[in-house]
Design a protein around this ligand. Structure first.
Ligand SMILES: Nc1ncnc2c1ncn2[C@@H]1O[C@H](COP(=O)(O)OP(=O)(O)OP(=O)(O)O)[C@@H](O)[C@H]1O
Ligand SMILES: [Mg+2]
Length: 460
């Protein structure tokens, strides 16, 4: 059990001493203060987990101390102890946020029970808070590229409305994340977010999935089933992979969007639904319309607010932030210390084309965290495809510099400098390792670094 620290603020030394004895016997760490002033100083300095506070004290009285403690740290539990057990003091203390009120003279059991309750309560609240934070982190949009800012601005505009949103973008760019963000920031956030993957449901079942069916409406329909639209009533339905719906389903979905009502299979009754629709697809719907595979009228219904999430390779500025985010995230998951990543390795990651977008980057970082043995991720730790994309860049840079050279001397110097920078990057700026790889004495490499003014810091 962790040792909790209790601060006792009471002007009577006999009370402080007896509380100290009782509490220490129970395994608490106890600090005492004889005045409100001193108590506040100790609360700040020693970060207690709980305060036992007397009301009637010379100088600053307990109620004022309570006020100041709340202002200092609103989550610090305070139990007020008073010999002048007037109801009004108790009420005032509770109103000001005291966890409990105990009358003097008190039985030590009473204090111990109250203490336990307060600490349990605090722990529960802390746990809730970190759970909530974990959810928030999971739904966080990382990155501050101009392109992503535009997406976020569109999310902010779309969220408070009831307008249908169509999210388009390649696989793994974050379309689902965008859809959830819109729901979470909408007036419907307390209602359900119902996701339907239109591509994953077999053609013959999708209508019953979406609209429900009555018992016995087709072979196999042994029970009545509520459709996703009905389940999402008052909330949001997320039609994922909407470009994969059959013509027949498209027609029915269009009807729901137009009429705001659904009809269960095997029933002639229509049911009103109040559903906000968000759709997503990685297909190019304009092309699908052109090819006659997607209804244009449905497209216009869906794309009231169109949001395009650009592929990761078009916003490489977001990559360092995403990498750091996932390093932290997976280190926490695996209970390891967050690893460092060298600029060279980061650059390798930034150069890569990421066909699978953020999902692929996320999986790569997770693998790196698990597979890298040291506490630094270097370019040599990256999978081969990623390493070479970094090297190509260094080579292109070298070519450009060399062409600018006017004399043979300059050309040689430029080439040598570019070579050294590339090799240093490859080896995560480890001088000894680089010297070994390029087969030159370390002292010579140091000399060259000085001659060409090469340093990791200057390597932006
Ligand atoms: N900007 C971002 N910040 C943090 N995480 C992100 C970001 N973009 C995407 N992700 C994460 O990448 C993964 C893939 O995102 P998501 O599932 O939303 O993609 P998608 O566009 O729906 O892909 P698909 O078309 O394959 O369904 C998820 O784990 C998501 O949390
Ligand atoms: Mg998706």
């Amino acid at each position: 059990m962790p040792k909790f620290r209790v601060l006792v603020i009471d002007d009577e030394s006999a009370i402080r001493d007896s509380l100290k004895m009782t509490l220490e016997y129970e395994g608490y760490d106890v600090i005492g203060a004889a005045t409100g002033q001193e108590g506040l100083a100790l609360a700040e300095r020693d970060a207690p987990d709980l305060v036992l506070l007397d009301v009637k004290m010379p100088g600053m009285d307990g109620i004022e101390v309570l006020d100041r403690l709340r202002a200092m740290n609103e989550s610090l539990p305070v139990i007020v102890v008073s010999g002048h057990g007037s109801i009004s003091t108790a009420v005032e203390a509770t109103k000001k946020g005291a966890f409990d009120f105990i009358e003097k003279p008190f039985a030590s059991d009473r204090v111990l029970v109250s203490l336990r309750n307060a600490l349990d309560h605090r722990q529960l609240r802390d746990e809730n808070r970190s759970l909530k934070k974990a959810v928030e982190v999971r739904h966080q949009m990382i990155g501050d590229s101009q392109a992503l800012k535009q997406v976020m601005a569109a999310v902010a505009r779309a969220a408070p409305t009831n307008a249908t949103v169509l999210i388009q973008g390649e696989s793994g760019v974050g379309k689902e994340l965008v859809a959830r963000l819109i729901h979470r920031n909408s007036l419907r956030s307390r209602e359900r977010f119902v996701q339907v993957n239109c591509a994953a449901i077999p053609e013959e079942l999708i209508e019953s999935e979406l609209f429900g069916h009555e018992k016995g409406s087709f072979t196999g329909a042994t029970e009545k089933q509520l459709g996703k639209f009905e389940q999402a009533d008052r909330g949001t339905i997320f039609l994922d992979e909407v470009g994969d719906m059959s013509a027949k389903t498209q027609a029915k979905v269009l009807r729901v969007l137009q009429e705001g009502e659904v009809e269960r299979l095997g029933s002639a009754r229509t049911i009103k639904v109040d559903v906000r629709v968000i759709a997503a697809t990685n297909k190019n719907l304009e092309e699908e319309i052109e090819a006659g595979r997607f209804r244009e009228d449905l497209y216009f219904r869906l794309a009231v607010i169109p949001i395009h999430v650009p592929p990761l390779r078009e916003r490489p500025e977001d990559i360092p932030q995403l990498v750091r985010h996932y390093i932290d995230y997976f280190s926490r998951e695996n209970n390891t210390r967050a690893k460092r990543i060298t600029p060279a390795a980061l650059e390798g990651l930034q150069r890569y084309r990421w066909k699978g977008n953020v999902r692929e980057l996320r999986n790569t970082v997770e693998r790196l965290i698990i597979m890298t043995s040291g506490d630094t991720i270097d370019i040599t730790d990256l999978p081969a495809v990623l390493r070479s994309s970094g090297a190509n860049h260094a080579k292109a840079g070298a070519d450009a510099d060399q062409i600018k050279a006017g004399t043979l001397r300059e050309f040689k110097d430029n080439a040598e400098r570019a070579f050294l920078v590339a090799k240093l990057r490859e080896n995560g700026w480890n001088i000894s390792k680089t010297a070994e790889v390029i087969d030159t004495p370390r002292s010579n490499l140091y000399k060259k670094l000085e001659q060409y003014q090469i340093s990791q810091e200057s390597d932006g």
